[in-house]
Design a protein around this ligand. Structure first.
Ligand code: NAD
Length: 501
């Protein structure tokens, strides 16, 4: 059985090499000597994990050039060969899943119980898109009486992938696997707060036989390496996951070079519990969807909308459970909530506790720091909020739930839709026609009825309003990473206008 002590010992072995050499950028299949460094620190105790190569515009330029040079051969490689390489990557992720999960927990503060699954999910992402690679170029035949129209798809070129610090490994594979399957080459700029697992992924890809230059890793700051990537003329598209305001910046930065962009941004997702719902199951889902992954999750249900007639009962059940959630070391298998990613984010989340008080909502659980080392926050619950309050409008991105009540379906929809975001929505009711009506009118890209967030990889993933642009998943990913071409073959018997005859 694994324990905190065994996890710490194994982590120590894995980190030893990074303590000596630091985390280097990897361009054109080679480690790049670093001129400048920054540090990654553990959210558990703020201790130094490793120094990290600080990429800048020149590093991005080298990576983009490598991606451009590698593109023609990778794009031309038959899909079944790309498929075989991507499956080998998945095999190696599985073989190193424990190492990836241990590093991710230590780097991000996410609890082991979730990260061990997230690493394996990364392998699944590679397998899923590997199997789609041979058919990625397939098109349609759209004949008319005069022309035979045939569509085909072509990889767009070298692309930039910019990822955040929450579940960084899983999210990176979710972007990089379809890009590679489509025949694109990639420059990956991971979040500066969680560089460990991105380095492991780049190593794994090369070990699996990915040709040099097909995946390039550049660590650095958003304003430096990130910005340079979005502005680089050789990079044809940017797949970005992060904050809404960063998405706006990237759109501006990429406008000069007409970047195609795909944005997965913030959320303030509602979970609506109607009086006829299975309240026990709804309670499990409500708690899971805001307190798992430290609430640092774009799809978290951070607003609970509960029908007035059952609100008191539901809140009583909720408070008991929230007070019971185990906060602790992320590598302890018993831990349910670990520390937040860094001090600035901890200050932001604690700032929302003060805002909740000022707004006049009632603190029903948590709201305080745990211990005096690391960025641990007690799972927090505010009840009695009203829709205009900041804690009911703004993304907190922590273990922080705001609850509101509603009288009827109309009011529930008004509150649910009355925010800037529209990523996910969760509906709990046993009335089928109500489920259909409400899910139809909810402004969100993804809705789950009587369920927590369960992803099926072929389904579309993405948000509306300030939560994003575009969809991922299945063929939707290829729509982003590929260009569609139509070729019209004349059947030769239609009349062509004769000018100048
Ligand atoms: P962030 O926007 O601060 O950073 C994300 C990435 O963008 C980092 O790699 C960062 O270095 C880079 N970046 C920052 N400024 C940049 C610039 N000017 N140009 C180019 N790159 C730049 O986000 P974060 O704090 O790391 O992540 C949390 C956010 O991500 C939350 O808002 C969360 O909701 C969102 N998120 C959304 C989804 C989704 O699927 N919708 C998934 C996960 C996270």
């Amino acid at each position: 059985m694994t324990t905190l002590a065994t996890h710490l010992a194994r982590l120590d072995t894995h980190l030893a090499r990074f303590r000596d050499s630091g985390i280097l950028n990897l361009i054109d299949g080679q480690d790049v000597a670093a001129a400048n460094w920054f540090e990654t620190r553990s959210p558990v105790d703020d201790s130094l994990i490793a120094k990290v190569a600080l990429g800048d515009a020149a590093t991005i330029d080298a990576a983009a050039k490598a991606a451009k040079a590698a593109f023609p051969a990778w794009a031309a490689m038959p899909g079944d060969q790309r498929k075989a390489i991507l499956h080998r990557i998945a095999d190696l992720i599985e073989a190193r899943a424990e190492e990836i999960a241990l590093c991710e927990c230590w780097d991000t503060g996410q609890a082991w119980r979730f990260m061990s699954k997230a690493a394996l999910r990364g392998a699944e992402n590679f397998r899923f898109f590997a199997d789609l690679a041979p058919g990625a170029r397939d098109g349609q035949s759209l004949p008319t009486p005069t022309h035979w129209n045939v569509t085909s798809r072509h990889p767009i070129g070298p692309v930039g992938v910019i990822t955040p610090w929450n579940t960084p490994f899983m999210l990176s594979t979710w972007k990089i696997a379809p890009a590679l399957a489509a025949g694109c080459t990639v420059v990956h700029k991971p979040a500066e707060f969680s560089p460990l697992s991105a380095r492991l992924l780049a190593e794994i890809c090369h070990e699996a036989g990915l040709p040099p230059g097909v995946l390039n890793l550049v660590n650095g700051m958003g304003e430096g390496a990130g910005r340079a990537l979005t502005e680089h003329p050789d990079i044809k598209a940017i797949a970005f996951v992060g904050e809404t305001k960063t998405g706006s910046m990237i759109m501006r930065q990429g406008s000069e070079t007409l970047k195609r962009v795909h944005f997965e941004l913030g959320g303030k997702n509602p979970v609506i519990v109607f009086e006829d719902a299975d309240l026990e199951r709804a309670l499990d889902a409500v708690i899971f969807m805001i307190y798992s992954l430290n609430g640092e999750r774009c799809t978290s249900s951070s607003r609970l909308l509960v029908q007035e007639s059952v609100a008191d009962r539901f809140h009583d059940m909720l408070v008991k459970r929230v007070n019971n959630i185990k906060v602790g070391h992320p590598l302890d298998p018993a831990t349910e909530v670990g520390p937040l990613i860094h001090k600035t984010h901890f200050d932001k989340v604690m700032g929302y506790v003060a805002i909740g008080h000022e707004d006049g909502a009632a603190l029903a659980a948590g709201g305080s720091r745990v211990g005096d080392q690391g960025w641990f926050v007690r799972p927090t619950l505010f009840t009695g909020a009203t829709p205009a309050m900041r804690i009911a409008q703004e993304e907190v991105f922590g273990p922080f739930l705001t609850t509101l009540t509603f009288a009827d379906e109309e009011e529930a929809l008004r509150i649910a839709n009355g925010v800037a975001y529209g990523l996910t929505g969760y509906v709990w009711t046993n009335d089928l026609t109500r489920a259909l009506r409400v899910s139809d009118r909810l402004e969100a890209g993804m809705i789950w009825v009587n369920s927590e967030n369960v992803r099926h990889l072929p389904t579309p993933f993405g948000g509306v309003k300030a939560s994003g642009i575009g969809r991922d998943g299945g063929d939707w990913s290829f729509e982003f990473y590929m260009e569609t071409k139509n070729t019209a073959f004349a059947l030769g018997h239609h009349k062509i206008q004769r000018l100048g005859a």
